[in-house]
Design a protein around this ligand. Structure first.
Ligand code: GDP
Ligand code: IMO
Ligand code: MG
Length: 458
């Protein structure tokens, strides 16, 4: 018997399977387009998703929780989304929260209600929630804070989490004591027992943890009824969407490659897979249904929270990027750390995700600089290293090799096509593309906050 690998065996590609089933093996159905962060988050994913969502039928979140903060600016109005997919803004599309997401129900409804006041109508009718998604409870958020205090006391440093309960909720999921949407909507007596057990477990680990269990359960029961009409079997919903009539399906990544639990700068990461695999596991869809994978990268680098950051600029350049770029966390209001674009990390994100194109955002923030640097390689003991180090002590020690470019010193915010950009900015962009290894890789270049401030390259 010979084994054939996908993409190699073309001979039988269009033949129905031997079992007589009607669907040819390569008729995978609709493809989904995935948008992912290529740095440490806040690259402008919300804006890219909003752009694509204007034509999308379904916009899905597949991982993370309300640690994410995605900004969308439409007609001068600024919206921030945390748990709701940014596509919720499009009245013609459905938004789906997949099984890989962890949901804090008070946070979800507060977010919806807040945006409703800003003019977002009918969002509850357009939202589908997977019955397999895990729940984040208030005590998970309290425990997040307690763990941070403990880390600070024991190791002298914390992670700088968003304190949204993300780590503790994914821990409950992995230790198989977590509670899911389907549990909340099932037998409430059984749910209450498991909820109480979970609280007790955490109280035995953290004796200072207090929780008014009865009050929490009462509130959860109310949330359950508000949530019930939105809940579906997420896997079946996606299966039907993939195999029905042609549909444009978008997946909105949260957090980013360097915050991924497996590939990020561990332990200074979040607790989910923010790389392309998270789209399959977080929605229950086969890899063959993944179509375009769009990476989003800022023209410089930012990071919120603690952890190594080789191109960080703790000087006037960093301050200028922070103030000009309004680099303040959408979820926590913390100032973001800023530095030069680091192509080592973008290349690393590309190795894992296989981007089919990239959106380069916030080029306009560099408009006033005399010169612009780009980190192109890491050196250890004077020698270039070809990989991205796993060990944080090593990453702290790398020396960054930079390439320096003259600034274009021109306002780019009104540019709407490639030829509107100054030649020096074009050279900067082309250099980055070539260095990532794929010429003409940038599909968009962002030059401002709003929807129209985007140059589409192809
Ligand atoms: P996300 O988490 O990846 O969705 O990004 P955030 O919304 O947290 O942060 C990105 C910030 O940059 C937001 O305030 C956006 O409105 C803004 N932004 C996005 N693209 C551009 C751009 O091309 N230029 C400028 N000046 N701002 C942008
Ligand atoms: P978006 O989707 C930037 C960071 C936190 C912290 C670490 C762990 O807006 O790009 P967590 O609360 O997840 O346990 O925190 O991860 N972090 C983000 N930083 N953007 C995000 O999301 C982030 N989500 C998590 O600051 O360092
Ligand atoms: Mg953000």
């Amino acid at each position: 018997m010979s084994l054939s690998w996908s993409g190699k065996d073309q001979k039988n590609a269009n033949q129905p399977a031997a079992t007589g089933q009607k669907r040819p093996r390569n008729d995978a159905g609709n493809k989904v387009t995935v948008v992912l962060g290529a740095q440490w988050g806040d690259e402008g994913k919300g804006k890219v998703v909003d752009l694509l969502a204007t034509e999308a039928d379904i916009v899905c979140r597949c991982q993370g929780g309300n640690n994410a903060g995605h900004t969308v600016v439409v007609d001068g109005k600024e919206y921030d989304f945390h748990l709701l997919p940014s596509g919720i803004i499009n009245p013609k599309s459905i938004s789906l929260i997949g099984n890989g997401v962890v949901i804090h129900l008070p946070g979800l409804f507060e977010e919806g209600d807040k945006n409703e006041k800003k003019g977002l109508k009918g969002w509850e009718k357009r939202l589908i929630v997977s019955d397999r998604a895990h729940l984040v409870f208030d005590f998970h958020q309290v425990v997040d804070g307690l763990q941070e205090t403990e880390r600070q006391a024991q190791e002298g440093k914390n992670i700088g989490t968003t304190k949204k309960g993300i780590g503790p909720a994914y821990s409950s999921k992995a230790s198989r004591t977590g509670l899911r949407v389907c549990d909340l909507l099932g037998d409430f007596k059984d749910f209450s027992t498991r909820f109480k057990n979970l609280v007790q477990q955490y109280q035995s680990m953290y004796p200072s943890l207090t929780a008014d269990v009865e009050d929490q359960l009462k509130k959860l029961k109310e949330f359950a009824e508000r949530l019930r009409p939105m809940v579906r079997d997420g896997v079946y919903y996606m299966y039907e969407a993939l195999h029905g009539p042609p549909k444009k399906i978008l997946v909105e990544g949260a957090n980013a490659a360097l915050l991924d639990i497996d590939f990020g700068t561990y332990p200074f990461v979040t607790s989910s897979n923010c790389t392309v695999g998270g789209a399959c596991t977080g929605l229950g869809i086969p890899p063959m249904n993944i179509g375009d994978v769009f990476g989003v990268a800022k023209a410089y680098t930012t990071r919120v929270g603690i952890g190594a950051f080789p191109t960080e600029q703790l000087n006037a350049i960093g301050e200028l990027l922070q103030t000009r770029g309004h680099e303040v966390g959408v979820t926590t209001g913390r100032k973001r750390r800023c530095g030069w674009l680091d192509l080592v990390i973008v290349r690393y994100a590309h190795m894992i995700n296989g981007f089919t194109a990239i959106a380069l955002t916030k080029l306009d923030i560099l408009d006033v600089l005399d010169e612009i640097k780009v980190g192109v390689a890491y050196k250890l003991n004077g020698k270039r290293i070809p990989h991205f180090p796993a060990n944080m002590d090593v990453l702290q020690k790398v020396e960054v090799e930079y390439e320096t470019f003259p600034g274009w010193k021109t306002d780019t915010s009104a540019a709407r096509k490639w030829n509107d950009l100054p030649v020096k900015a074009q050279n900067y962009i082309r250099f980055i593309e070539n260095h990532i290894g794929v010429p003409s890789m940038f599909k968009w270049v962002g030059v401002g906050k709003s929807r129209e401030c985007m140059i589409q390259m192809f």
